[in-house]
Design a protein around this ligand. Structure first.
Ligand code: C2E
Ligand code: MG
Ligand code: MG
Ligand code: MG
Length: 277
């Protein structure tokens, strides 16, 4: 009896697993050439400075409109692009498009000269080794000033090969590009890491911001991150601000910038430009 159950159990799981693998393989095939076919685009989510409430920049977020399935979540397809290596082709396109768009805001809209664009860079792109060169080429081509390009890395990307990553980051930062640690607080390294990895700031993960009004521990952690970051001379962004009360308390605690649905959703470039105008 147990043997039979075990066997069917095994079959069930292997089938479920096959389906998951199959889905990923199909997604990878569909993703190949998606940029060239115009299925990928960037959405921009505004970032606000808390001291004066000014819109100071935007995060570029990749969107995929699949011809049959419609919008696919980046949480799914970015991971597939990362695992398959496709990100090494898509990443530079994202970087280039974001810099071109940001240069466009600055050129076309009065008062937008100081805006920055913040681009997510995956662990694989960081390991590929040509990130600094690619970035320099894209900045030259777009005419965007280096300080108006921000790059967001995750802790896991940075931990993997600390010495090499640090030298890439040092080169980028020497050229004037700003480097942020994304989803901060979710990894294992935490603040001790900031002593060795050269970054300009951290983005507190939205899982901390979500309960900042209800959970005293999350508020204490958020406040501690802000205080320690500032004592190290780096800046802090809060992600996932969905309520006015969260915005108010972050401002009161001295957080530098914020983004979230309460402040603005990610929107296509044309709509972002209307928002700026
Ligand atoms: P992330 O870099 O942490 O980006 C923030 C995510 O939070 C975005 O999800 C954004 O739409 C979402 N968000 C913003 N405000 C709120 C809010 O108030 N509430 C909630 N619940 N969510 C909010 P999205 O666009 O689905 O992207 C998911 C992740 O995919 C990103 O997380 C990033 O890790 C990755 N990603 C997106 N675009 C790119 C890209 O161009 N390159 C790479 N390597 N990764 C990307
Ligand atoms: Mg990000
Ligand atoms: Mg994040
Ligand atoms: Mg996140």
């Amino acid at each position: 009896q147990a043997k039979v159950a075990g066997k069917s159990c095994y079959r069930f799981y292997s089938r479920v697993m096959d389906q998951a693998v199959e889905r990923r393989v199909r997604m990878e095939q569909d993703l190949r050439g998606a940029w060239e076919r115009g299925e990928l685009s960037l959405a921009y989510q505004p970032l606000y400075r808390l001291s004066d409430g000014k819109l100071v920049g935007a995060e570029a977020l990749l969107r995929w409109r699949h011809p049959e399935h419609g919008q696919v979540s980046p949480a799914l397809f970015v991971d597939v692009a990362e695992q398959s290596g496709l990100i090494e082709a898509i990443g530079p396109q994202v970087l280039r498009a974001a810099c071109m768009d940001a240069r466009g805001w600055q050129r076309d809209l009065p008062g937008a000269q100081g805006l920055f664009v913040s681009v997510n860079v995956s662990p694989r792109q960081l390991r590929a080794g040509d990130l600094a060169a690619t970035t320099e080429a894209v900045l030259r081509e777009s005419g965007l000033a280096p300080q108006h390009l921000h790059i967001e890395l995750t802790e896991t990307a940075v931990i993997a090969d600390e010495a090499r990553v640090s030298s890439v980051l040092a080169r980028l930062r020497n050229s004037g590009v700003k480097v942020w640690l994304d989803d901060f607080g979710t990894g294992f390294s935490g603040l001790s890491h900031l002593r060795r990895v050269p970054v300009d700031g951290v983005k507190i993960d939205r899982s901390f911001i979500a309960d900042v009004l209800r959970d005293p521990d999350d508020l204490a952690l958020t406040t501690a991150i802000i205080a320690m970051a500032h004592s190290l001379g780096i800046q802090v962004v809060a992600e996932g601000v969905e309520k006015e009360g969260q915005y108010a308390i972050l401002r009161e605690r001295g957080c530098d910038m914020a983004q979230g649905y309460w402040l603005g959703h990610p929107v296509a470039n044309a709509e972002f430009k209307r928002l700026l105008a």
